[in-house]
Design a protein around this ligand. Structure first.
Ligand SMILES: [Zn+2]
Length: 349
């Protein structure tokens, strides 16, 4: 059962556009979400931009109806999609996994939705939306005075950098691509372990180790040679074995722990770079590992922390946390970006 609140003020709507569903939420001006669960409708992105924009409009109408919110209370809409896309929501000219049809290439999804709804639409990529949600969920009322870095371990390694409560987007919308930051490998790899390679072409970046792809492509093939009698040597293809690995890790399996230990060290080294680059208050970790059994989850975060080298002053100021409710993070982060856009434009006007 979804708990609903009625709005206490004007609101923003957050729409998270995924490969199969749109998730939506409503956030009021006091920072309260009007729904505490996922509200999903079909995204139909594979039917092309026209159908998909109409589906976003349907999701918008549905969440207003479900929360009893009058349309006249909505001041802006936050939209997030998977990338690559520009900082203002133009899908890459090469398309992407979710936007493979030719009609999507170079399509301005933000502008199209803004035109369809007749309301300002603020765009964020899904990784940055999750980082924004993590930041506001952790810091609450202090969010606009704090900075953070979030690393979300999934198929790839996503995340984002938040400064004073705002996403750092960069000149081309490509800031916070944490996965493709090179990390030192000395002491992380075993002496006879091949240097991991990333889908982006880099060797030894964070994603080449700390992602599901990194497990399947780099870590697991090596570690299976160290555990030749392991059950997973008989699982084909390797991508399937990689997905099963977390379950083994939860039960303390030495091979799985060796792989996840390397991932945690990689995140620690990435955070060490972040510490010297932006010196954030918050270091957040999300992804499949957060959904795991508490002992495993806590061991993973502790290992990340042990390998994040902070100066004493930094260590006193820093907080490490897991990103929870990741399934709602996109819609909620998108809503936060819309709310913060309105707050910023009203104070600077
Ligand atoms: Zn890469």
């Amino acid at each position: 059962m979804i708990r609903m609140r009625t709005p206490a003020s004007w609101v923003v709507v957050g729409l998270d556009n995924g490969g199969t569903t749109n998730n939506s939420t409503v956030l009021d001006a006091t920072g309260q979400y009007l729904v505490d669960k996922l509200v999903e409708t079909p995204s139909l992105v594979h039917e092309g931009p026209d159908v998909a924009v109409e589906s976003l409009a349907t999701a918008f109408d549905a969440i207003l109806a479900a929360t009893g919110t009058a349309r006249t209370l909505v001041r802006a809409v936050g939209l997030d999609t998977p990338g690559p896309a520009s900082a203002d929501g133009v899908i890459s000219s090469k398309g992407s996994t979710n936007f493979s049809q030719a009609a999507w290439h170079g399509f301005d999804i933000r502008g199209a939705l803004e035109k369809r709804l007749g309301l300002p639409v603020i765009y964020t990529n899904d990784a940055n939306a999750a980082a924004l949600y993590a930041h506001y969920a952790h810091f609450g009322a202090e969010a606009t005075a704090r900075s953070s870095v979030s690393a979300i371990v999934g198929t790839g390694l996503g995340g984002g950098v938040i400064e004073h409560g705002q996403v750092i987007t960069g000149a081309a919308g490509m800031a916070g691509e944490l996965g493709h930051v090179h990390i030192p490998l000395h002491g992380l790899l075993e002496p006879d372990q091949p240097v991991p390679v990333c889908n982006c072409g880099f060797e030894g970046d964070a994603e080449s180790v700390a992602s599901l792809t990194g497990i399947a492509r780099n870590l697991l093939p090596y570690w299976l040679t160290r555990f030749p009698d392991h059950e997973l040597t008989r699982v084909e293809p390797i991508g399937k074995a990689a997905k099963l690995l977390r379950g083994y890790g939860e039960h303390g399996d030495p091979l799985a722990r060796a792989v996840f230990r390397q991932q945690a060290i990689a995140l620690g080294r990435l955070f060490t770079i972040a510490a010297n680059f932006i010196d954030p208050t918050g270091y957040f970790v999300g992804g499949g590992v957060v959904e795991a059994a508490p002992e495993f989850r806590d061991w993973f975060l502790t290992t990340v922390r042990e390998h994040t080298f902070l100066r004493d002053e930094q260590a006193r100021a820093a907080s490490f946390a897991l990103v929870r409710d990741l399934d709602m993070a996109g819609a909620r982060g998108a809503a936060v970006s819309a709310l913060s856009f309105l707050h910023t434009s009203s104070t600077s006007a």
